[in-house]
Design a protein around this ligand. Structure first.
Ligand code: BGC
Length: 552
């Protein structure tokens, strides 16, 4: 009897101990702000036809700054201004993709991706914008890329404009501050549809107009480098107003390009038009209603700023409520043009931050950790914070205010699902760069952190899809280490490391992991991949240069 009682006590004690340990672990993880465990995720967790891919952009990898009649772009000029880019780096050579594109396409093919997202250099195909002629060498270059992708069964996912445009347009009109850019952009887009549209089924009109407006016209760290205090010390600009004007022109430019495509090309070419927005997730800093509202406001002032006009034809009501007349208005004709002007939504997701109210709380910058101007309308009266009670929101990465928070990708997709229920979503960028202080270490090929990062984000995305989100693709940023804008070559996002001396592309562990992840694919997928025909000396695949390639 006594023995039985002791055994019962013993088991009860063990049971209590286990419960205690589990709760302690959960508590510790909660305290860390990082209660997420990387879940094992498989390609088969995603629906049929889901596109896995990699993303790049022209300026960040092409190099060949003036080859074959390309003109100088706004970035080519900006990087030459002292202090604009870390270490004085330029993208004159970048990854020399212009000359090594075939090798790169082989690499992309070896990963087993379904799609490749890249952008077109405006200055390469229209060196003088609308004022000048089309540059045949530029057209030829992108034809070769598109053809070589298609022949390998890889779908081209083309961004028309990813930050770089001919410097002449900046000199002539002042870039995106001018409504003249709208027609110049529409001409550029039309040129792309005309020359490439027979083979491209996925178009992104612009990359991150919302972030570009902020970085170029509020913080002044992207060309043309305009801003005003307290946001920065530029020689000219107005950080409270100009981002709104630049965005206004980009949104209208998008709508004009889409009108053109729908009226003149879509019925023949059958592609989809979308847009890519910077999609930061905001969580309330506390349970306080004011912080909850601040998080909603922040989402409206960032994501919805770029998307509401393209879905509903006007700026988010939240922005109208807090902005004065500095927020431009659309005419009724423009509203009509904008409304439903995107077939899909592209999200570039990297970061999740906490949002704190600055309407009723004091957000004046008092120390070096806070960002200036958060108590202004242009920031939605929201302070963005990455710690709660001294605990970071996730593990750090090399990018400012960017921590590893896999749940964020599901949260932002859920937000888009709720706000734009009829629009399919593609995650067109998601990537990891190691923290600066470990730059040397993490440049080693064994990038386990990046592998864990993608596993966890992809698993969280799979959960969003299981919960009903219509997500159709996921693209890793980026194929290989590239020119990271004002950070130069200091940030490394690549699945491939790039030797800056030899320009050799060296696969990291993450490249191998992605390939293995994608290989676990269905027989049907494998069968749809065509054999690769021979390529001639010019990098052209016979019979496809004028668009006769079959879509994969
Ligand atoms: C941009 C990319 C950039 C990436 C990482 C995105 O906002 O679209 O061009 O390289 O962030 O910084």
């Amino acid at each position: 009897m006594k023995i039985t009682a002791s055994i019962t006590y013993y088991y009860f004690f063990c049971f209590l101990l286990v419960i205690l340990l589990i709760s302690a672990k959960a508590f510790a993880e909660e305290g860390n702000g990082n209660a997420e465990q990387p879940a094992e995720v498989k390609k088969s967790d995603f629906p049929d036809g889901f596109l896995f891919g990699v993303s790049t952009s022209s300026y960040q990898i092409e190099g060949a700054i003036l080859d074959d009649d390309k003109s100088l772009s706004n970035w080519d000029v900006f990087v030459r201004k002292r202090g604009s880019v870390n270490n004085g780096d330029t993208a004159d050579i970048a990854a020399d993709h212009y000359h090594r594109y075939l090798e790169d396409i082989e690499i992309i093919h070896s990963l087993g991706v379904d799609a490749y997202r890249f952008s077109i250099s405006w200055a390469r195909i229209l060196p003088r914008g609308k004022l000048g002629d089309v540059n045949p060498a530029g057209i030829m270059f992108y034809n070769k890329i598109i053809d070589n992708l298609l022949i390998r069964g890889i779908k081209p996912f083309v961004t028309i404009h990813h930050y770089d445009f001919p410097q002449e347009l900046l000199d002539r009109y002042g870039g995106w501050l001018s409504p003249f850019m709208q027609d110049d952009y529409a001409h550029f887009a039309e040129t792309c549809f005309k020359y490439f549209g027979d083979r491209v089924r996925y178009w992104i009109t612009m990359n991150e107009a919302n972030l570009l407006s902020e970085l170029a016209y509020e913080k002044g760290i992207y060309p043309p480098g305009r801003c005003s205090p307290p946001f920065g010390n530029c020689s000219a600009g107005n950080s409270d107003i100009e981002p709104l004007i630049a965005m206004h022109n980009m949104l209208l430019a998008h709508s004009k390009a889409v009108k053109l495509y729908r009226e003149q090309f879509q019925h023949k070419q059958g592609g989809m038009m979308g847009v890519a927005v910077s999609a930061m997730m905001y969580e309330p800093l506390s349970d306080d209603e004011l912080d909850k509202e601040a998080a909603n406001r922040a989402l409206a002032f960032s994501l919805a700023w770029g998307l509401d006009p393209l879905v509903y034809g006007d700026y988010p009501p939240e922005m109208r409520r807090y902005h004065g007349k500095e927020l431009p208005t659309f005419t009724s004709e423009e509203k009509q043009l904008l409304s439903n002007s995107t077939d899909f939504i592209g999200l570039n997701h990297y970061a999740t931050v906490y949002a704190k109210d600055c309407i009723y709380s004091n957000c004046m910058c008092s120390n070096s950790t806070c960002l200036p101007g958060e108590n202004r309308a242009i920031k939605g009266f929201v302070s963005t914070i990455t710690e709660r009670d001294g605990v970071p929101i996730g593990e750090p990465t090399g990018m400012f205010q960017t921590f590893i928070v896999p749940r964020g990708i599901k949260e932002i997709v859920d937000y888009a699902k709720k706000r734009y229920p009829d629009k399919p979503v593609f995650i067109v960028e998601n990537g990891y760069c190691p923290p600066w202080e470990h730059g040397e270490v993490d440049d080693l090929r064994h990038d386990t952190k990046r592998v864990e990062y993608h596993k966890a984000y992809i698993a969280s995305l799979a959960q969003a899809i299981r919960d009903g989100a219509d997500v159709r693709g996921y693209f890793i940023w980026t194929l290989m280490d590239a020119f990271e804008w004002s950070s130069g070559y200091d940030l490394k996002f690549g699945l491939y490391s790039l030797d800056r001396v030899t320009l050799n592309r060296i696969p990291r562990l993450s490249a191998k992991w992605y390939r293995d992840f994608l290989r676990k694919t269905s027989l049907k997928d494998l069968e749809s991949r065509s054999a690769i025909p021979a390529i001639n000396q010019d990098g052209l695949v016979p019979n496809v240069k004028d668009g006769s390639a079959e879509m994969a």
